[in-house]
Ligand binder design. Structure first.
Ligand code: F6P
Length: 473
C-alpha cells in the first residue's frame, strides 16, 4: 500500500477522545468524550505536530463526519480520522469478540463450566473482527506519512499489527494494552485458529507495551507457547492528567455537585468507589465487604456511607445488564438491613457525570478500588491526586496500579471480603499525622507519571518490525 498520508504520529483506539457534532455549512465540531483513558492522553498529544487519532465512528455525528476524512479536532495540531463500519461489523467485533470474549479472558472473568462456547456464529463474529481490524489498518495506511510512528491501543485491535507489518513496513509501530493480558492457559480457551491469529497480529507490531510487568510477563509466556516471533515488549507507567482534573474541580459544575454531595452526606464518613459498572470491577464483593464492615463494627452504622459512582457501560451485553441488576439488588438488601429513618448506608449513582465524579473524589475518606484484575486502574491515581480529606486507598493486589501504590495503600485480595472489610475498617480508623503523611505519599506516587511522560516512553519503543528483526539477529 502506498504511503501518501501526512501524519507523523497516528494514535489508534476503538473509542476516540472526541465525538463529532454537525456545525454550520457542512462543518463539524469535535466535543470531548466522557471518561476513560483517551481524554487523558489528548493533553499529551496536543502540540505534537501532525498527530492524527483514528477511532471508530460511534455517534450519529461521527458517522456523518466520517466520509470527510481527517477532521481538525480544534485542539492544536490534532486531527481525527473516524472509521465508519457497518453496524453489524461493529457489533460483532466490539460486542461479541472484544468485550464478550477477549475482555473476559484477559480479566479472568469466565465461569468456564458454562462459558464461553464457540459455535459457528462466533466464528462469523471473528470474521467481523477481522473486517473491523482491517478497516482500522486501512485508515492508518491512508493517514500515516512515510516512516510515521503508529500507536495502537487495546484489545479491540490486535490484528492491525500483522497487517501494517505486511503493507506498511516503513511504519514504526507499537501496541499498548490498557488491560491485563491472559496467561497461556486462559488464552488456550480461544479456538486455536483465533488464538494463533491474535498472537501473530500482536507479533506484527514493532513493540507491545503494558501497564505492569505482570501483564508483560503473561504476554511473553503466550508468545512463547504460540511459537510466534517475540516483539519488543515494555512497561510504561501512566498517571492522570492533573491539569484536566484540577480544571474540572475548579469549575462551577463541580462546586455545585460538591455542595449537593455535602448536603446529602452531612458529617458522615464516605467509602467511595468510582468505576464503570462492570464485572471486573468487583462491585458485588465491595458491597458484601461494606455489609460485613457494618456487621462487625457497630460504630460505623449510621456514620459511614458507601457511595457507589459507577456509570453504566456496555449495556448491549446481557452479562453487563445482569451484573447491574445484581449490584442494584444487593445494594437494596444492604440498605434494607442497615438503613434507619435518616441513614441510607449505600447510595448508587450510575450517571456518567465527570463533574460529580471529580467532586466525590475530593471528599472521600476511603476510596475502594477492588477489581478482580485490572490493567492499571486510573481511578486509584485520580483519587489520591484530587482528594482533600487525607483519604485512604483500599486497593486490589490484582490492579496494575498496585505495583506503584501498593505500599501506601491497604492492599486486599479482591476475592476475600473479610480482608476487604478489615482493610476498610483500618483505613477509616487511621488518624493524625500517620494518616496525613500517608495521604501525602499516595498523592506523590499518584501523579508521578503524567500522560506526556507515558506517551514519550511508549513512542520511544515504537519501531518498524523489520528494524526490530535486525536488532534481534
Ligand atoms: O480499560 C481498557 C479500556 O479499553 C480503556 O482503554 C477504555 O477507557 C475502556 O476500556 C473502554 O471501554 P468502552 O468499551 O466503554 O469503550
Amino acid at each position: 500500500m502506498s504511503a501518501s498520508g501526512t501524519a507523523e504520529l497516528v494514535v489508534v483506539s476503538n473509542r476516540g477522545p472526541f465525538s463529532l457534532e454537525p456545525g454550520q455549512n457542512g462543518s463539524f465540531r469535535a466535543r470531548p468524550g466522557g471518561g476513560g483513558l483517551a481524554p487523558s492522553l489528548v493533553a499529551a498529544l496536543v502540540g505534537t505536530s501532525g498527530a492524527t487519532w483514528v477511532a471508530a465512528a460511534l455517534s450519529d455525528g461521527d458517522r456523518m463526519g466520517a466520509p470527510a476524512g481527517s477532521i481538525d479536532s480544534g485542539q492544536a495540531g490534532l486531527s481525527l480520522r473516524l472509521v465508519a463500519l457497518e453496524p453489524d461489523v461493529l457489533s460483532l467485533a466490539y460486542d461479541v469478540v472484544a468485550n464478550a470474549v477477549l475482555w473476559f479472558i484477559y480479566h479472568g472473568l469466565f465461569d468456564t463450566t458454562r462459558r464461553p462456547v464457540f459455535d459457528r456464529r462466533w466464528l462469523e463474529a471473528w470474521e467481523g473482527f477481522r473486517v473491523y481490524n482491517r478497516a482500522f489498518g486501512e485508515a492508518v495506511c491512508e493517514v500515516a506519512a512515510p516512516g510515521a510512528v503508529v500507536l495502537v491501543n487495546d484489545y479491540h485491535l490486535p490484528l492491525v499489527g500483522a497487517m501494517l507489518a505486511a503493507e506498511r513496513p516503513d511504519l514504526r509501530t507499537a501496541h499498548f494494552s490498557h488491560t491485563p493480558f491472559a496467561s497461556p492457559g486462559e488464552l488456550a480457551v480461544l479456538p486455536r485458529g483465533a488464538a494463533t491469529e491474535l498472537m501473530e497480529g500482536m507479533a506484527g507490531f514493532g513493540a507491545c507495551g503494558f501497564h505492569s510487568p505482570r501483564w508483560e510477563g503473561a504476554f511473553r509466556r503466550c508468545v512463547d507457547e504460540s511459537g510466534v516471533r517475540l516483539p519488543r515488549t515494555f512497561v510504561a507507567r501512566l498517571g492522570p492528567d492533573l491539569a484536566r482534573l484540577q480544571e474540572m474541580v475548579a469549575s462551577p459544575a463541580c462546586s455545585e455537585r460538591l455542595a449537593s454531595l455535602q448536603d446529602k452526606l452531612g458529617e458522615r464518613r464516605v467509602v467511595l468507589r468510582s468505576d464503570r459498572l462492570e464485572p471486573s470491577k468487583n462491585l458485588l464483593r465491595g458491597l458484601r465487604a461494606f455489609d460485613l464492615l457494618l456487621e462487625e463494627h457497630g460504630r460505623w452504622r449510621g456514620s459511614v456511607v458507601h457511595l457507589i459512582r459507577s456509570y453504566a457501560s456496555r449495556e448491549s451485553l446481557p452479562e453487563y445488564l445482569a451484573y447491574r441488576s445484581e449490584v442494584e439488588h444487593l445494594a437494596a438488601l444492604v440498605n434494607e438491613r442497615w438503613a434507619t429513618k435518616d441513614y441510607e448506608p449505600v447510595i448508587v449513582d450510575v450517571e456518567d457525570d465527570f463533574a460529580g465524579t471529580a467532586a466525590a473524589l475530593c471528599v472521600y475518606d476511603v476510596l475502594l478500588v477492588n477489581p478482580l484484575r485490572d490493567g492499571m486502574n486510573l481511578v486509584a491515581k485520580e483519587g489520591p491526586a484530587l482528594n482533600a480529606r487525607d483519604g485512604m486507598l483500599v486497593l486490589s493486589e490484582q490492579a496494575g496500579a498496585f505495583d506503584e501504590l501498593g505500599h501506601e495503600a491497604f492492599g486486599v485480595n479482591p476475592f476475600d471480603i473479610c480482608e476487604t472489610a478489615d482493610a476498610l475498617h483500618q483505613a477509616l480508623v487511621l488518624e493524625g499525622t500517620e494518616r496525613s503523611e500517608r495521604a501525602g505519599r499516595l498523592r506523590a506516587l499518584a501523579v508521578a507519571h503524567p500522560p506526556a511522560e507515558w506517551l514519550g516512553a511508549v513512542l520511544s519503543h515504537a519501531v518498524a518490525p523489520a528494524a526490530q528483526l535486525q536488532q534481534l539477529s
